[in-house]
Design a protein around this ligand. Structure first.
Ligand code: NAD
Length: 443
């Protein structure tokens, strides 16, 4: 099938490449000329495992191309995905300006029946707005082609996005159009062979499903972080508690890791957006407000331990940080816990010496060159002359480090671990002071 994807970010680029891989002819449109140029020259603007060869093979095979020319894009696809960003606007609601701009652009170049699919995460009621924008623009241009608007939210996880799109757990289609359902079932058939993963529902339920999924996951994290705070107060170990509750199949072990807070481009903004949408219909989403508040505090936790350990005397201290991205296997720094920590450390007069396997370029782009930030080539070099080690992201390469070397390089043998990677007993034996989340010290 001929498919067009608007937006070549984490979602659009991966989805476009995966659809091309199974044989569809995909044109990706983006307004960012630099991104499109980079992709056309064989470069990949983001880090996502397995994405680079997939894009390369499909470009070479002539099934995947990139352009800034919206007309070419709209005329090409019988199915048109909207996969542009929906960042929070000033009050935390999802900003729909990019989504509605695409809807208007699609109307401008419409050359026959199209199925317009919102893949971006959008508040309930957005499909109606997309439909109205398309309709208004078409009538202002005196055009009358028909179109369907479908909600097909995306559930990929950054860091595992290619696999998630190749083997989706579910494919949600929010539509009441038999034609749109038939076409999208055909489009997704290559990913739907093992058993039927397509769940068809009304548009509003599909839109809410995406928010409900992300808010449930964020709730699990904040719940565990709240338990971790209680474990600290009561002198319990949250890691024992985690294992204890995870063994109940109704709870399960997945997604109940305590840590220094959730970040990324989705959970923070989606929780916030649902709180705002709820308010707009006269409902206080109290659970979600608490989820957000707990996460906000949790992101300040590491600084709290550090501040306490050094009695507030952080001026001139050098802090080695391992891990900057909001989670492993991505270069994405949006809402990363490391950013809250670094900004607090800088405000207290400390220097940061950091290493991340993929996110250092992005860190440099965000913070520029500053005297109190050194981005180091290896995790070992980040330790040299530092007064402490802090772990913000659980990249695999940090899980079994050479503790003798860490001790040798740090001026104080102290580790602050935001991801509970190590065994406190072993670290104590090796002469470290070890602070982890919910495992002892109360802040
Ligand atoms: P992103 O910021 O990485 O990419 C968005 C892209 O859209 C950018 O390249 C931007 O230049 C482009 N764009 C903006 N306006 C455009 C226009 N008028 N025409 C063409 N392109 C335009 O965003 P993302 O992380 O890919 O997220 C996209 C959407 O998918 C969001 O709604 C997000 O909530 C949702 N989502 C994201 C993830 C994730 O893990 N990143 C997962 C599921 C859903």
């Amino acid at each position: 099938m001929k498919v067009t994807v608007f937006g070549v970010g984490y979602v659009g680029l991966v989805q476009g490449a995966v659809l091309a891989e199974v044989g569809h002819k995909v044109v990706c449109v983006d307004v960012d000329q630099a991104k499109v140029d980079k992709l056309n020259q064989g470069g990949i603007p983001i880090y996502e495992p397995g994405l680079e060869p997939l894009v390369k093979q499909n470009v070479e095979a002539g099934r995947l191309s990139f352009t800034t020319d919206a007309k070419t894009g709209v005329e090409h696809g019988e199915v048109i995905f909207i996969a542009v960003g929906t960042p929070p606007d000033e009050d935390g609601s999802a900003d729909l300006k990019y989504v509605l701009t695409v809807a208007s652009t699609v109307a401008e170049h419409l050359n026959g029946h199209k199925i317009v699919v919102t893949k971006s995460t959008v508040p309930v009621g957005t499909a109606d707005k997309v439909r109205a924008t398309l309709g208004d623009k078409l009538s202002s241009l005196g055009k009358s082609p028909t179109f369907d608007v479908v909600s097909n939210p995306e559930f990929l996880k950054e860091g595992a996005a290619v696999n998630d799109c190749m083997r989706p757990d579910r494919i949600i289609l929010g539509t009441d159009s038999a034609l749109a359902q038939k076409k999208l079932r055909q489009l997704y058939a290559p990913f739907n062979r093992n058993h039927d993963k397509v769940i068809v529902m009304d548009v509003r339920s599909a839109e809410l499903t995406k928010y409900a999924a992300n808010c449930m996951l964020a709730t699990k994290i904040s719940f565990m972080n709240e338990m971790a705070c209680l474990a600290e107060k009561f002198g319990a170990d949250i890691e024992n508690v985690r294992k204890g509750i995870g063994s109940d199949p109704r709870i399960g072990y997945q997604f109940i890791y305590p840590g220094c807070g959730y970040g990324g481009s989705c959970f923070p903004k989606d929780v916030q957006a649902l709180v705002r949408s709820a308010r707009a219909v006269g409902h206080d989403a109290s659970i979600l407000e608490a989820v957000e508040a707990v996460n906000y505090k949790q992101k300040e936790k590491l600084f709290g331990y550090i501040h306490q350990h050094f009695n507030g005397d952080l001026a001139g201290k050098t802090v080695a940080i391992w891990g900057l991205s909001f989670k492993p296997n991505t270069d994405d720094m949006r809402e990363a816990s490391s950013r809250v920590l670094m900004e607090q450390l800088w405000a207290a007069g400390a220097r940061v010496q950091a290493y991340d396997p993929e996110a250092m370029e992005e860190t440099q782009r965000i913070y520029g060159h500053r005297a109190d930030l050194s981005l180091m080539g290896t995790k070992e070099s980040a330790l040299s002359g530092a007064d402490m080690l802090v772990i913000c992201t659980e990249w695999q390469v940090f899980r079994a480090p050479d503790f003798d070397l860490i001790k040798e390089r740090l001026s104080n043998p102290v580790i602050f671990d935001g991801r509970n990677l190590f065994d406190p007993g072993q670290l104590a034996e090796q002469g470290f002071q070890y602070y982890a989340i919910g495992r002892g010290l109360s802040v």
